[in-house]
Design a protein around this ligand. Sequence first.
Ligand code: GLN
Length: 571
Amino acid sequence: MTRFIVVAGGVISGVGKGVTVASIGKILQEYGFNVTAIKIDPYINYDAGTLRPTEHGEVWVTSDGGEIDQDLGNYERFLDMDIPKKNNITTGQIYKTIIDKERAGKYLGKTVQFIPHIPNEIKRRIKESSKGYDFCLIEIGGTIGDYENIPFLFAMKSLRREIGKENILYFLITYLPIPPHIGEMKTKPTQQAIKMLGETGILPDFIVCRAERALDEIRKKKIETYANIKSDYVISEPDIDTIYRIPLDLEKEKLGLKILKEFNLKPKKKPQWEKWKKCVDNIANNNKEIKIAMVGKYVDIGDYKLTDSYISINQALQHAGANLNVNVRIEWIDSKKIEKNKDELEQLKNYNGIIIPGGFGASGVEGKIKTIKFARENNIPFLGLCYGMQLAVVEFARNICKMEDANTTEVNKNTNYPVIDILPTQKRLMKESRYGGTMRLGAYAAMLKENSRVLQLYKEAGRLEDDKNKVLKLKNNEEQSFRLGILEQAKNIILERHRHRYEVNPLFIPKLEEKGLVFSGYHIRKDKEKLMEFLELPEHKFFIATQAHPEFKSTLTNPNPLFYGFIKSCI
Ligand code: GLN
């Protein structure tokens, strides 16, 4: 029997609903329950794949190849588990399913209507995703006042009737502003949010109050009277130093036991927060600081710089820092500035390490290539991610192999040395396979080279998928089996997530290797094409790049080995 916890937001969006949901899930996990989480995005887009990152933050990639809103990333980072793409529900998906069914004559001539068909499809999706779990958390994106949330709130209300009130709880997350000219925390917007939720037929069981500061007893009582719930169930969630402290803070209010009590459940085990707490304290207390230059393409939105488009990399760096007890400070450097100004390049000497993150298009590329050269020549730890690896190949080809105008065909279609290219077989294969359109999306297997640094790092982290049964299980699924490709051996295998179109061109690999570039991991596609996944320079302090996005597989207590190794080397 699955129990449901529905979380909706009032007042304003962007108050950290996602991390609160993830924190509640983490708490329930610590009490011994298995938990999953669903994110509802009320927009009409089918998924986040086509959304502009500057508007919506980074696109999160799931193991099964979904391009999803960042919140699923938060769930994974807290719950340390794979969350599949079906756990993201958008209005677009709901309507598409229904219209496709209607066109296929599946409704047998009936009138297809907003009610009951839309809420029914929403509930069907939720039930499918929650199968086999003790708890399913459902986060409704945006706020309860949004028109587009009407069908989802309706569905959440009727779910209660279907499964029984003892199996579902509603959380309202609000924000309590402290206007500077008054200097007092105001509860009125929260009262209005409670009223608005009530109008949809849902009464909250818990209210989580986000604010700059903790909520005092007077205000808790005020909300108690207004919402008609015990002030014990009005939970204070003030701003804090790191999001990973939220579950610890919520547990100070005994939220886990309160939830279990409402469901008439007893804890299955005693929570063990020691390791988690140690990492959180390390983030908060450490004195040693490591400075990382993140050289990418940044867009200013009005007066603000949008660093959210690399949120998973920031998180992965923080995870590594927390486990090595250093504070990782990330500085955002616009690669276009490096293109124009020589001094900007020299400035990179002041950093302990350099990262070139993923990206698309020609803008700022020459600056990134200059940066890579600088890191290579000055023995500064370097980590290249996706585009970062492709450009490291371009740099090496140009400056070491003397292929003067070497490039990726994404930037220059007419180069004499297309060291990064769309492979001729690729377009056709992608079309046939249906998996991922023209992009390579999701977790692909790579085999790591003996004696390589990359292998060492994955081995130390216990991340090798060397268990034959585990690999066989993955093969059961046709789509996953496609991503495993051909495995030469059940040894030194890793899985990392991908989101790209271009590959290292096999024609140039012998020449690059001859000059000392080590490709330390590769994937063998079902049609036997070898795709390069990792590269390294053995003589360098730390020069590693990957075609994958390892930042999507990093959690607070289980940092990704590449980020861990990189920070260690920076120290
Ligand atoms: N633009 C590159 C490609 O499509 C890299 C993509 C990325 O960095 N995610 O292959």
